[in-house]
Ligand binder design. Structure first.
Ligand SMILES: CC(C)(COP(=O)(O)OP(=O)(O)OC[C@H]1O[C@@H](n2cnc3c(N)ncnc32)[C@H](O)[C@@H]1OP(=O)(O)O)[C@@H](O)C(=O)NCCC(=O)NCCS
Length: 225
């Protein structure tokens, strides 16, 4: 039995890990999170803190400069991340990090946390649009350090983010995903219950090519369980 989601989220407990599943106790109910790996079983999720922002900036900078996963072209500075963190805190929206053990993924850009764990990735939700009638709709972002992908951590982060957004009163979550040919983000969102909501053709231009974005959507009114 392993506990995760410590500190600020003590209501989450991993009851068992096995055959690609985590069975968790959340809000008094058992929930089965499928597709989990041993890495996810050993991971801990907690709220992001100012000390994490250097690592978060480094993870994101990797994807800004090497991929089209984000349409940013200049990596935000740590102080820009600090503004984002405090703005989200004011809105009551979650900004989470996942810490994973140091043995696997030593090539990752994660940095050391408590007990040898490293921040291996992060997820947060921001308002989908600034106009007030959109206030119950959020957009997610999930990024893992390169050495930590494909081990269930993205699913663990997104599942937890969904639950926290539902508790914060959000009703819909939107994912905007560059159609880069790399399927991990689309697969992650579909695995977490998102459905396809559309394609915007040729709306991005990065690294010398035009890129479509895919929109996926997930209702949260059912509690995101
Ligand atoms: C996208 C990302 C967050 C996914 O997290 P992850 O930990 O790699 O994914 P998981 O191991 O949790 O897998 C989640 C699901 O996606 C599937 N999946 C993962 N990688 C995949 C890939 N490359 N191709 C196809 N499916 C994939 C898994 O099989 C799993 O589905 P299942 O639970 O039904 O078996 C991570 O790969 C990442 O950070 N990528 C780079 C940054 C990025 O693209 N961020 C998203 C921006 S919108």
């Amino acid at each position: 039995m392993r506990n995760y989601l410590v500190k600020k989220f003590p209501e989450y407990h991993v009851l068992s890990v096995g055959s690609g599943e985590l069975i968790v106790l959340w809000a008094g109910r058992h929930r089965t999170l499928r597709g989990m790996t041993a890495a996810a079983g050993q991971a801990q999720i907690r709220a992001a803190e100012p000390n994490d922002l250097g690592v978060i900036a480094g993870i994101f900078a990797h994807y800004v400069t090497t991929s089209v996963a984000t349409f940013e072209e200049t990596p935000p500075t740590v102080s820009e991340w600090a503004k984002k963190l405090s703005g989200m805190s004011e809105l009551g929206l979650p900004f989470l990090v996942v810490e994973a053990g140091g043995r696997d993924g030593e090539d990752s850009r994660g940095s050391r946390g408590g007990g040898g764990a490293r921040v291996a990735g992060y997820a947060y939700a921001v308002p989908w649009r600034p106009k007030p009638a959109y206030r119950h709709t959020v957009e997610d972002s999930v990024y893992l350090a390169p050495g930590w992908t494909g081990r269930g951590l993205g699913r663990l982060l997104l599942t937890t983010l969904l639950a926290h957004c539902a508790r914060a009163g959000a009703r819909e979550m939107i994912a905007v995903i560059a159609d880069s040919g790399a399927g991990a983000s689309v697969a992650l969102h579909r695995a977490c219950g998102f459905t396809d909501a559309g394609r915007l053709a040729g709306v991005g231009f990065k690294h010398g090519r035009w890129i479509d974005t895919l929109l996926l959507q997930r209702g949260l009114a059912d509690g995101a369980g």
